[in-house]
Write a protein of this length. Structure first.
Length: 186
């Protein structure tokens, strides 16, 4: 694990709620399973804005990969299991082995590969808990943009899907919530 990934792991491990939720998801025992996107990104941006104990914003995105179980009913079953353990959390579970169809992409090869097709580099990050004290980080674009508070579209959203990327920044209010964010293009 690189030093920047170790920093992210440390931030997640010291956040009692996030560390607990990583354990809840690990207990599902799903293949190639992670908590991703805003759950990680927001924790890091809050930390870099010196906000400790900030509440979770939005849903908790659980991604996994199993091409043999692509029925969306499987995802709903896992959401129900998570909700039974932590009913106050808005869980969203998606098997990335089927998401390429919805997104109009070539089939993904893994959960990490699927993140390459997400809108922002800082959002394309995931973590999973291994045992009681290990946190693994997956970041197909690295973690520099996330740690440097840079907003940058992935290559899939830089041109033809650019409006989706720009709408996300505007509608999610990121620049108001985290005023130190800046565009990598400025």
């Amino acid at each position: 694990m690189t030093a920047p990934q170790s920093l992210i792991s440390s931030i997640l491990q010291t956040d009692t709620l996030r560390w607990h939720l990583l354990g809840v998801v690990a207990a599902l025992g799903l293949p190639d399973c992670w908590i991703a996107a805003g759950f990680i990104r927001n924790a890091i941006w809050d930390h870099l804005h010196r906000r400790s104990g900030a509440p979770l914003r939005g849903d908790v995105d659980v991604i996994w990969f199993d091409p043999e179980r692509c029925d969306p009913a499987q995802d709903r079953k896992h959401e129900a299991r998570l909700h039974a353990v932590e009913p106050s959390i808005a869980w969203s579970v998606k098997n990335q082995a089927r998401m390429h169809v919805r997104n109009g992409d070539a089939p993904y090869r893994s959960a990490t590969d699927a993140m390459r097709y997400w809108p922002e580099t800082a959002t394309a990050i995931a973590a999973r808990r291994l045992g009681s004290d290990i946190c693994e980080i997956a970041a197909p674009f690295g973690v520099d943009d996330l740690l440097n508070l840079l907003l940058r579209p992935t290559s899939h959203f830089a041109v033809e899907k650019r409006s989706i990327y720009e709408d996300r920044i505007r509608t999610k209010g990121w620049l108001s919530i985290w005023p130190h964010l800046r565009s990598a293009e400025n």
